[in-house]
Design a protein. Structure first.
Length: 240
């Protein structure tokens, strides 16, 4: 066989070899990127979502989304609960009982302070506007028939009102304004109240007692008497 015949005989074989090689290459490429039915590439089981995406919490039982537990409120450093302090109630002042004899027991200022407010109504209704109290109120604990005296300075052209009020069971209080003299047993009565009951007023408002018997001040005194009942009585003098 000549070389030309040999070349013509081997040409179909080379063509078959080339075609076979192309088929092999095409099959390999198809296997590398073969599309699954449905038009998307088959992924590997267990591979997560795209890189950088946060993991999703597994759903709770029943399909409800999982809920993170709420942390308990912090108590460290919290201020203590406020405490209430109840102030101590001061003990009531001791009031001495009435004693035997003609004179009532006079109370000190501490014990008298609890009784003085009973005079407020009498002062409002019977004392002239602008009148000033002379000294402190006087409070005594009376047995029936007892009296209590306290001094008052009488000034010319001044007007005086005396108020007194008793607490139950005091039933009758009397008031007198007397002039003090150097003669024993000589105490002229200058004025007397005309009220009845546990309150007494001497010299109401414009009818107040005016000292006109001298041109100089004179010593006087107020006499408080309980003629019915027993108990505490407060009295006060006002001057205008």
């Amino acid at each position: 066989m000549s070389f030309s015949e040999l070349g013509r005989a081997s040409r179909p074989n080379r063509t078959a070899i080339v075609v076979a090689a192309l088929c092999v290459i095409g099959a390999c490429k198809k296997n590398d990127g073969e599309a699954a039915p449905g038009g998307y590439a088959q992924g590997q089981v267990g591979v997560g979502a795209a890189a950088g995406a946060a993991p999703t919490a597994a759903p709770a039982q029943g399909g409800a989304p999982a809920t993170a537990p709420t942390p308990a409120p912090a108590t460290a450093g919290a201020p203590p609960a406020p405490t209430t302090t109840v102030p101590a109630v001061p003990a009531a002042p001791a009031i001495p009982p009435p004693q035997a004899g003609p004179t009532a027991v006079r109370l000190d200022a501490t014990a008298a302070a609890a009784v003085v407010p009973v005079l407020a109504g009498l002062v409002k209704d019977n004392v002239q506007s602008g009148a000033k109290p002379l000294g402190d109120p006087v409070v005594g604990n009376f047995a029936q028939g007892q009296t209590l005296e306290f001094p008052v300075q009488l000034t010319p052209n001044k007007c005086y009102t005396v108020v007194a009020s008793g607490l139950p069971p005091v039933a009758e209080v009397g008031l007198q304004l007397q002039l003090t003299t150097v003669l024993p047993g000589m105490a002229p009565v200058l004025a007397v109240d005309s009220d009845r009951g546990p309150t007494a007023v001497l010299g109401k408002k414009t009818q107040c007692y005016r000292w006109t018997l001298g041109v100089i001040p004179a010593p006087g005194k107020v006499v408080v008497q309980v003629t019915a009942g027993t108990g505490l009585v407060a009295a006060q003098v006002y001057e205008k």
